[in-house]
Design a protein around this ligand. Sequence first.
Ligand code: 3PY
Ligand code: MG
Length: 267
Amino acid sequence: MKPNFVRSKLKRGEPSLGTWLNLPDSLVASLMSRVGFDWLTIELEHSPTSYETAAASLSILAGNGVVPLARISSNTPENIKRILDFGAWGVIVPMVNSKAEAEAVVAAARYAPEGARTIGGQFHAANFNTDAATYYRKANEEILVVVMAEHIDAIEQADEILQVPGIDVVFIGPNDLSKSMGLEPTFDSDEPRFVKAVDHILKTAQRHGVVPGIHVADAAAARKRLDQGFQFIAIGSEVGFLLAKASETLAEVGLKGSAGRGPLAKY
Ligand code: 3PY
Ligand code: MG
């Protein structure tokens, strides 16, 4: 069974960079798998991607040596089980705001005795280049379980949430987090309450031996978060990169036209 090298890196205390795949297209996954990111996350929360497209993309990523992850649409056993059975090497679960919700994530993502994931499927083992029996024996050591801290409730409950055994990474969603605090959605802010919330997750994660992660908008922000001690860092998305580069190129030419709209969102 192929080892999940991202999980190993993170457990050794090393950083790991990835990005988001929002487009429902396995060819895009194939192209992005050549860039050099350690991992790529198929977005299922806010994108139109179907399970069929996701499964094809997960297989391409695994085949090309990139760790295939997926963010599911909400924290249910069905969502977690299905994407892992379709071959994701890890699951990113949005809006985990309490200890009970974190326990539910682990129960769905890990086989007994750590959890209660049910047995079945073929693509999970195939994506790890192994047979089903080996997968069932070893999956708990390879699957990356990521809970998102993206609500003020999760900040307040962080100490309890991050004590739940079986969680590998806590990943901050800055946009939902700021919105839940009554602020404008943003990837970063100097607003003291936001800065304090991010710092609280970082310190609490480090205290409990959970890997701290965060979504950032660009390279400078990734550097800043790495320097602070974040390890699992997502930079924007493939759509963001596409729009940013296209806007920048057009702006550089400097002709006025329908494109005079300025740079588009980075996410
Ligand atoms: C957020 O910023 O809310 C996110 O979910 C980022 O992944
Ligand atoms: Mg979010």
